[in-house]
Design a protein around this ligand. Structure first.
Ligand code: MN
Length: 233
């Protein structure tokens, strides 16, 4: 049986709806995993049952992480948060770590995991970390926007076997300080941590870029989904 992967739902406030980008589901499917979308439940017991049912958990992209999570006030109206997601994901991440489930974070996912574990974020890169590196590229999103340097000795280096990787980039927030227990795996030319892992945990990887947009044309993106699903076999 293929591993079952619980995916954090996306939320459309205007339509009052749960939604999902197909790339998250299809990226898991091509890696021979079975994806399911979590509900916005605040029932701790129900979420515990769902996490335990899953073999791994995927933290998706989307809204800004609330600065309250790292004890800051929102800078201004540029910050667009989603209380429902922060609440759900806090509960799910806590349970998943206790249950030692493999975890993959993408975009908001890397930011959320870092903030939840005690790290901090740049709330807005153009304001707080201006650089020439295009971190917020226009569509199409499957095309690389900048490169990252993959750190020697990191599991990502072992997985991909290369020291430089072109990546897409659709973020205006990023990691400022890493949470205790997390280590960087890849760094952008302007010094941002764009991939991390947790060395003393079974499997927690997170990337700032978007393999769900590029896996159809990019083997390295497929390898990231595969590494995640393979760890559950
Ligand atoms: Mn970037």
């Amino acid at each position: 049986m293929n591993p079952l992967i619980g995916i954090m739902p996306l939320w459309d406030e205007k339509k009052d709806s749960i939604w999902m980008l197909p790339g998250y589901m299809d990226g898991i499917l091509q890696a021979k995993g079975t994806p399911i979308i979590f509900p916005f439940s605040d029932d701790q017991e129900e979420l515990k049952r769902l996490v335990e049912l899953c073999d791994g958990i995927l933290f998706t992209g989307g809204h800004d992480v609330s600065p309250m999570l790292y004890h800051e006030e929102p800078l201004d109206e540029l910050i667009s948060c989603c209380d429902k997601r922060d609440k759900l994901e806090s509960t799910v991440l806590q349970i998943a770590l206790e249950a030692e489930k493999p975890i993959l974070g993408i975009c908001r996912g890397i930011q959320f995991i870092n903030a939840f574990l005690g790290g901090t974020l740049y709330q807005d890169l153009p304001l707080q970390h201006p650089s020439e590196v295009p971190h917020r590229q226009p569509a199409p999103y499957n095309i690389p926007a900048h490169s990252v340097r993959i750190l020697e000795g990191s599991p990502l280096r072992q997985c991909l076997g290369i020291d430089e990787l072109p990546v897409n980039s659709c973020h205006h927030q990023a990691i400022k300080t890493l949470a205790p227990g997390l280590e960087p795996m890849a760094v952008s030319p302007d010094g941002l941590v764009e991939a991390l892992y947790m060395p003393c945990y079974k499997y927690l990887w997170a990337v700032q870029w978007h393999p769900e947009f590029s896996f159809r044309t990019d083997e390295n993106s497929r390898k990231i989904f595969r590494a995640f699903v393979e760890t559950m076999r």
